[in-house]
Design a binder for this molecule. Sequence first.
Ligand code: GLN
Length: 207
Amino acid sequence: MLSTRATEDAGSRRPSGVLIGVLALQGDFEAHERVLRRLGAGVREVRVIDDLDGIAGLVIPGGESTTMMFGVQREGLAEPLRELVAGGLPVLGSCAGLIMLDCAHLGLMDIRAQRNAFGRQIKSFETDLDVAGLPGGPLHGVFIRAPWIAEHGDGVEILAEVDGHPVAAREGRLLAVAFHTELTEDDRLHVLLLEWAQSASAQAPRG
Ligand code: GLN
């Protein structure tokens, strides 16, 4: 039987490569996979609990957070994900992925997202953002029915804002952005995730 493991790249078997899971229940997961492969990472589509085994980082893509959360609940992924994050798993959540990270969904970050905060589809837009701590100048963000962060705890660092509303935040090795960069050529956020994943796997005890 073909398992989802068949989608795992050879890159994951390179000693220097890290294996990144991409939550592939719904949404634009394939665009993230293309970026990660371009950067030389191994990629595994995550749909069931077993797919989480051995990943060094996770991307939660954009899409539709209600549908994605339904899939997470159906597959019982929430608790295993919480355990992995408590153990230091780095995560990049983009757009619906930001919503999934918030306290009303997976509860992985101390943020509360406001869905469709910029308005409906017609309010989709692109803009250059200054992201705190990200070298290389402004980041081009594509906002598609995007959320913003309505509330956040003290441990959350807001990295970027649009019209005074937080649209990028970091809490430890969790990075939530309200916009899409996987649709652009700018892979700096994915590079950051890979760096965190590499250092997390270097620290992990070898069994
Ligand atoms: N509006 C979507 C939601 O609420 C998110 C949109 C996106 O991921 N591009 O889930």
